[in-house]
Design a protein around this ligand. Structure first.
Ligand code: ADP
Ligand code: ASP
Ligand code: MG
Length: 472
């Protein structure tokens, strides 16, 4: 770890939902933080207690259907869950301080739901305020637990630190402003040696309206805060020993990878490796801050270090990842509509809908463009393309939009795949031997990854076959 001489290293530690899933887990987190705080300066970022964000979102949608009673029951459920932690881990003075704060947060929950049921609607803006209440509750509790252990700590609402654009539900930070606010707001705490316990997932627009960074966004909060404070490292504590060679739920014998590069981590998370939010690495790239993935259930395991460039030069595939819910769309243009024009209009439509493609292939001789998107994006993409090509479809310059559903995209990746001959052939053969049909293939010129589209019913077997072939 690089650090300024004589100064304790500054580490931002983010704890995910399972790491703060119940009283026992929240106690372990506090003890872990207390231990590290002896030798380093720690800033904590916490997710909501496991499952809470889902509960909040479901309750909001139910309220928007006009159901007033459900939110009362959910309030009780949330109160029980958080109260159990307070009862077990907070000393009486802390209970006196924290319980009224939790009551206010639960009151906000019920009032917001009452509003949704009245207007029978939940806007993305209101949803952000509600869905990130879990982080407010967990940060309030975790700070109280630390103080009960005699460690000075203060809960901090990230709406006071992270300034974002107005893309509710999937906001992007405005970095310069975030840096200034974060430094300023945390400075007094850091000066007096109190550990800030910051809410993950949340941010706020310049006007102070609460936004969220997308599901799983607390990882992103961790690196945003890390970059803003020029931290020495960011540690993301989760429930697995590190980044693994495949999703352990698909490949039980997947192996921990000790080191991955920024590019590999970005690729892995973009293609569905849930262990990292897809934007996690972006904030730390410029400052080259290392990010560790560590297991809060097994803290003695070193975990995976995510570094700017790989030190290992072993050629070949490093990991396999997959997106199980994808759609493959095909559009074909007649001669009078050149391929570049067809592609421009398709991709412009995707851009306007803020949709990313998972893979794209062209066959320009007969003007065919094929691309994959997340299933959730299909309705808006279909509607947009039907509008974009309305006239061309009427005059049959463009054939209809063909959609192949229930597709999975499998990605084999590794920085050292570049220049290694025969990798694609081996992957094809491995799938062929299992009788798995490949529907589409893409490899970029950077050779960082090869993507295959297969039927989603084949995903588990396909990932395993490629994992075995490369002996990961
Ligand atoms: P947290 O609540 O700590 O943010 P997540 O559930 O979001 O944790 O992410 C951790 C999970 O990611 C693991 O339990 C694992 O099932 C899943 N996962 C998917 N792909 C991978 C991978 N390649 N390496 C490690 N974990 C993965
Ligand atoms: N609690 C949020 C979610 O469940 C953010 C996170 O856990 O990273 O999506
Ligand atoms: Mg997560």
């Amino acid at each position: 770890m690089t650090q300024t001489k004589g100064k304790k290293p500054l580490i931002v530690m983010k704890f995910g939902g399972t790491s703060v899933g119940n009283a026992e887990r929240m106690k372990s987190v506090a003890e872990l933080v207390a231990g590290y705080a002896k030798e380093m300066e720690v800033v904590v970022v916490v997710s909501a207690m496991g499952g809470v964000t889902d509960i909040l979102i479901r309750a909001a949608n139910q309220a928007a259907k006009g159901d007033r009673e459900n939110s009362k029951a959910v309030r009780q459920e949330l109160a029980r869950k958080h109260r159990a932690v307070a009862d077990q881990l907070l000393n009486p003075a802390e209970q006196e301080k924290v319980l009224p704060q939790l009551a206010t947060q639960l009151g906000d929950f019920e009032n917001l739901c009452a509003g949704f049921s009245l207007v029978r609607e939940v806007t993305p803006r209101a949803m952000d305020t509600l869905s990130s209440l879990g982080e407010l509750m967990s940060a309030t509790l975790e700070a109280g637990i630390l103080r009960s252990l005699g460690i000075p700590a203060e809960a901090v609402d990230a709406t006071e630190l992270i300034v974002t654009d107005e893309q509710f539900g999937n906001a992007t930070p405005i970095f310069a402003e975030t840096e200034a606010k974060t430094r300023q707001r945390l400075a007094p705490m850091r000066k007096k040696g109190a550990i800030p316990v910051v809410t993950g997932f949340r941010g706020a627009t310049r006007e102070g309206l609460c936004t969220t960074l997308g599901r799983g966004g607390s990882d992103y909060s961790g690196t945003i805060i890390g970059a803003a404070l020029d931290a020495d490292e960011v540690w993301i504590w989760t429930d697995v020993d590190g980044v693994m060679s495949a999703d352990p739920r698909l490949v039980p014998k997947a192996r921990i990878i000790p080191e991955v590069s920024y590019r590999e981590a970005i690729e892995l998370s973009f293609f569905g490796a849930k262990v990292l939010h897809p934007k996690t690495i972006l904030p730390v790239m410029k400052k080259k801050i290392p990010v560790w993935i560590k297991n809060s259930f097994n803290p003695s395991c070193p975990g995976t270090k995510i570094v700017p460039a790989p030190s290992d030069r072993t050629p070949g595939v490093k990991a396999i990842t997959s997106v199980s819910n994808a759609e493959l769309l095909t559009l074909s243009g007649k001669d009078s509509l050149s391929f570049p024009r067809l592609a421009t209009r398709v991709f412009n439509g995707l851009h306007l809908e803020d949709v990313t493609t998972l893979m794209a292939t062209q066959s320009s001789a007969d003007n065919v463009l094929c691309f994959a998107i997340h299933s959730a994006d299909l309705p808006k993409v279909r509607a947009r393309l039907e509008r974009t090509f309305e006239l061309e479809m009427l005059h049959e310059y463009v054939g209809g939009i063909e959609v192949m559903s229930k597709i999975a995209i499998i990605v084999a990746l590794g920085e050292n795949m570049k220049g290694t001959a025969g990798l694609a052939g081996r992957a094809f053969s491995a799938l062929g031997r299992k009788g798995i049909n490949i529907i589409a293939i893409a490899q970029g010129s950077s050779e960082l990854s090869i993507s295959f589209a297969v039927k989603s019913t084949d995903v588990k077997e396909a990932v395993k076959a490629i994992h075995d072939e490369f002996q990961l």
